[in-house]
Design a protein around this ligand. Structure first.
Ligand code: NAP
Length: 306
């Protein structure tokens, strides 16, 4: 049976929140969609675009009467947001989040949990480097993974309802532990963003003449490689502040690998370099082959390249 809600509330009507609201609307999953954003501009945009029916400054006002609440704010504000809405929630409501880090959210939200609502920890692994309600689109989630990290105490019916929403959005849903989620994301998403942000900083610090050349020829690899460095600074600040252990572990391994390549370059050891590039090219091709099963997603990725 398809899930249906009298009212759904979206707290944080940005890229993810507004994309989800568009899915709820398009698929007729909620009779009414309310939203909360701190800035008047985001509230006005979300209402003008028809993403939500009503937008409030206070999350507590937005969740009044809602059967399901999606918390779509940056990772560092999710627990505080949940804590702030608890007393305004309808009895039996489902609250779920979309944060890119899970272990810390589970730990931070725990003190606010009560028997009168269910909390389902989730992460739709889909996005672009854009932010805000104007950049959302309902197809964002199609063909992508959504990871839920419930524990033994999480209400099974609530998990099933959240799973169904993401499946209707076009996602493939998996459950795993928060720790495993954070390890996987540290390598597949967080480290690449850190490297992209770093290399743009390195380019900016170059002496003037070289920097001008970099900018002039940026249409090539530099532009493609650094696209994700255009992502929202607050979102990424919060990810690194909350997935510290897993990111530092990956960074350590990455630095060790980089040192191997650095030594090979200094010693002009072509065999080491060629072996390395051949092995990693093969892995990259395998990864892309796996992605071929997601044609829509690939199209969107190309469409969203800045
Ligand atoms: P976004 O477009 O910047 O939207 C974030 C929204 O949260 C905005 O509407 C903002 O509106 C509000 N907000 C910002 N700071 C806040 C705070 N301290 N307290 C309360 N509200 C705040 O970001 P997004 O890309 O949708 O990301 C939202 C969440 O989704 C994050 O937890 C992120 O980790 C997760 N996520 C992102 C991606 C991605 O690639 N973008 C993918 C998967 C999951 P106001 O400033 O008007 O309040």
């Amino acid at each position: 049976m398809t899930v249906h809600f009298h009212q759904a509330a979206i707290i944080g009507i940005g890229l993810i929140g507004s994309s989800l609201a568009r899915v709820l609307r398009r698929k007729g999953l909620a009779d009414k969609i309310t939203g909360a954003a701190r800035s008047e501009k985001n509230r006005q945009t979300a209402v003008a675009l028809g993403v939500v029916d009503e937008a409030f400054e206070s999350p507590s006002d937005a969740v009044q009467g809602a059967d399901i609440v999606f918390v779509c704010t940056p990772v560092g504000s999710i627990a505080e947001t949940v804590g702030g809405i608890v007393s305004a929630l309808k009895k039996g409501a489902i609250v779920t989040d979309v944060g890119s880090v899970k272990t810390e959210i589970v730990r931070q939200v725990a003190p606010y949990l009560t028997d009168s609502f269910s909390f389902v920890v989730g992460h739709p692994v889909a996005g672009t480097e854009k932010s805000g309600p104007e950049n959302g689109f309902a197809e964002l989630f199609e063909g992508r993974w959504c990871i839920l990290t419930p524990d033994a105490g999480t209400d099974a019916k609530a998990v099933a309802a959240v799973r169904e929403v993401w499946e209707i959005a076009g996602m493939k849903v998996e459950e795993m532990s928060p720790e495993r989620h954070d390890k996987v994301m540290a390598l597949m998403s967080h480290l690449p963003h850190l490297i992209a942000y770093t290399i743009v900083g390195t380019a900016a610090d170059l002496e003037k003449e070289t920097r001008e050349d970099v900018l002039k020829y940026a249409a090539g690899g530099f532009r493609d490689f650094t696209r994700i460095a255009g992502s929202d600074p607050v979102m990424w600040r919060d990810i690194f502040l909350n997935n510290t252990g897993a990111v530092l572990d990956c960074l350590q391994r990455f630095s060790e690998d980089l040192t191997v390549l650095q030594k090979a370059i200094r010693q002009k050891d072509g065999a080491v370099l060629q072996d390395w590039f051949a092995r990693t090219r093969k892995i990259r091709r395998e990864v892309i082959d796996m992605c071929q099963a997601q044609p829509e997603n690939e199209k969107l990725l190309i469409k969203n390249k800045g």
